[in-house]
Ligand binder design. Structure first.
Ligand code: HEM
Length: 517
């Protein structure tokens, strides 16, 4: 009770003090004492944020127990804040139990803005930061995507499982040069276990210490401090997740058999000090740590929603969206296949070398990224010092949420935004390239852009070359799947059924040919 009264006292004092500053951005009025606690949207928050945008303008604001949350609904404001003022808008919030005690604070997405982050960015940039750098892994992506076609041909009703397995296989080949086993892979199992723990850590209300951070300092024997024992055990699992695949690479290098990978490239660049090696390990973990993509309702108060971001699950979600779009929009599919047939013909599978000659497929991939917003409200940026923006007071520590969903469905930017129409990106006056929005803004912009694009492009073009994707027919009735994006930092589509059949006997021969590149 004392603690609550003290918090309320501090909160009220802050309110009085803040009267001297310019106003906060407008937003839902909130209630006495509890402020906007009840206004936090958990179900499809991007729709509530869009309503706030319509009502209050490009910047809106709520106060949740002293945590200021600023919602940005326009690309221009996002760029003005996160790009132009990136030195103060690039921090991330801290996470007492998951970040500090368990150790997730070392993973790139949670790093504070500073020297460590810059070194992670440098690693990412050198290895997958440009189209040319990613091209080194083209063959890996081609081989794994061909295997995806084989799995899909064998078990077409397991689409979602194959998409996820393939994305994981691609990432582990790139991060550590490791080939994932078809079943019961030790690294994937370990990652599944750690991400399940993570899911527990991030469940709303899991630990009081996230809301009252000084509790992480109490000793383990203290009544109610059981979470510290759990955190210690989970810390060890996380360490193993980071160290075991790293050791695999080190051993392979010592034996002279390590293939090209993110880790081996960085280790080869010279003898590394312990601190550098720590950064290499954690950069690589940032690539693959999301072997199990657990998503759920966001928890704004303790910021836990941030790390519900299993990185390759963004790619998984986009590829699933591609299959849904092809099921729902057969005319688009036919045009895409006509382009592939004209440029490539029936005698070989498409490859990255064809990319520049397939403009419609390029537009289709852009439209997929726009149509299904994978990270609809962005990852929160944290403001590292007080700012006044457009006449509004943005206090230090505010979380900035970008309503990427609305930005990609803004009718002023995209004509008939709910329509799936790749042609909007072709012709003399193409609409805004969604890649300038969907990968975020400023210095925390997604470092996996080129890899994500390459993976989605190849999955789309190879699948369309050999398969017809359509609605399933059950008991003589055609089933139209729903477009139902689920809530979560990474928004997956509700599982759907579709029919996937080879286009011809020639297509079957292409699928079954040896994976020999
Ligand atoms: C379609 C696929 C993807 C989309 C739409 C996407 C989008 C995003 C977005 C919106 C952010 C937050 C940017 C911000 O804070 O402003 C982000 C961050 C990040 N992404 Fe991606 N991403 C995708 C795939 C990937 C892949 C494949 C990787 C890894 C290879 C990756 C690695 C990361 C990392 C490490 C961050 C954190 C960066 C930081 O905090 O500085 N992403 N991504």
């Amino acid at each position: 009770l004392d603690l609550c009264l003290a918090c309320v006292g501090v909160y009220l004092l802050k309110q009085v003090f803040n009267k001297k500053n310019p106003p906060y951005p407008p937003g839902p009025p909130g209630r006495p004492i509890i402020g906007n606690v009840l206004d936090v949207p958990y179900i499809r928050p991007w729709l509530t944020f869009t309503d706030w945008g319509n009502k209050y303008g490009d910047i809106s604001h709520i106060n949740v127990l002293g945590r200021h949350i600023v919602v940005v609904n326009s690309v221009k404001t996002a760029m003005d804040m996160l790009d132009n003022k990136s030195t103060i808008y690039s921090d991330r919030p801290t996470l007492p139990v998951g970040g500090e005690l368990i150790g997730w604070k070392n993973v790139m997405v949670l790093l504070p803005y500073g020297d460590q982050l810059r070194r992670h960015c440098k690693n990412f940039h050198g290895v997958i930061g440009t189209r040319a750098a990613v091209a080194i892994y083209n063959q890996v992506v081609e081989v794994e995507t061909h295997r995806f076609l084989m799995r899909l041909f064998a078990k077409p009703d397991q689409l979602q499982v194959h998409v996820r397995h393939t994305a994981g296989a691609v990432i582990l080949r790139i991060s550590h040069g490791y080939e994932v086993k078809e079943n019961d892979d030790p690294f994937v199992d370990l990652a599944d276990r750690v991400m399940a723990q993570w899911s527990h850590v991030t469940a709303p209300g899991a630990f009081l210490a996230d809301v009252v951070p000084f509790l992480i300092k109490v000793p383990e024997w203290f009544p109610g401090a059981d979470f510290k024992r759990l955190a210690r055990e989970w810390h060890d699992d996380l360490e193993e997740l980071v160290c075991a695949p790293h050791k695999f690479v080190v051993d392979q290098m010592a034996a002279g058999i390590a293939p090209e990978s993110f880790t081996s490239n960085l280790l080869r660049s010279g003898s590394l000090a312990a601190e550098d090696e720590h950064i290499v390990k954690w950069s690589a973990a940032a690539l693959y740590a999301g072997a199990s993509d657990t998503v759920g309702p966001s928890l704004y108060i303790s910021n836990n929603h941030l790390l519900r971001a299993a990185h390759f699950s963004q790619t998984v979600s986009t590829i699933n969206a591609f299959f849904l779009a092809m099921t729902l929009f057969p005319d688009v599919q036919k045009k895409a296949q006509a382009e592939i047939d004209a440029v490539i013909g029936p005698d070989r599978l498409p490859s990255f070398a064809d990319q520049d000659y397939l403009p419609y497929i390029g537009a289709l991939v852009k439209e997929t990224l726009r149509w299904h917003s994978v990270i609809p409200t962005g990852f929160a940026h944290c403001v590292s010092q007080d700012d006044i923006h457009d006449g509004y007071y943005i206090p230090k520590g505010s979380l900035i949420m970008t309503n990427i969903w609305f930005m990609m469905n803004d009718p002023k930017r995209y004509a008939n935004p709910s329509q799936f129409n790749p042609e909007r990106f072709l012709g003399k006056e193409p609409e805004t390239d969604p890649r300038t929005i969907c990968f975020g803004f400023g210095r925390r912009i997604c470092p996996g852009i080129h890899l994500a694009e390459a993976s989605v492009w190849l999955s789309a073009v190879m699948s369309l070359a050999v398969f017809d994707i359509s609605k399933v027919v059950e008991n003589g009735i055609e089933i139209t799947p729903e477009v139902d994006p689920l809530s979560g930092t990474i928004s997956h589509l509700k599982p759907f059924k579709c029919s996937i059949e080879p286009r011809s006997s020639r297509a079957v021969a292409l699928i079954e040919q040896d994976v020999d590149y």
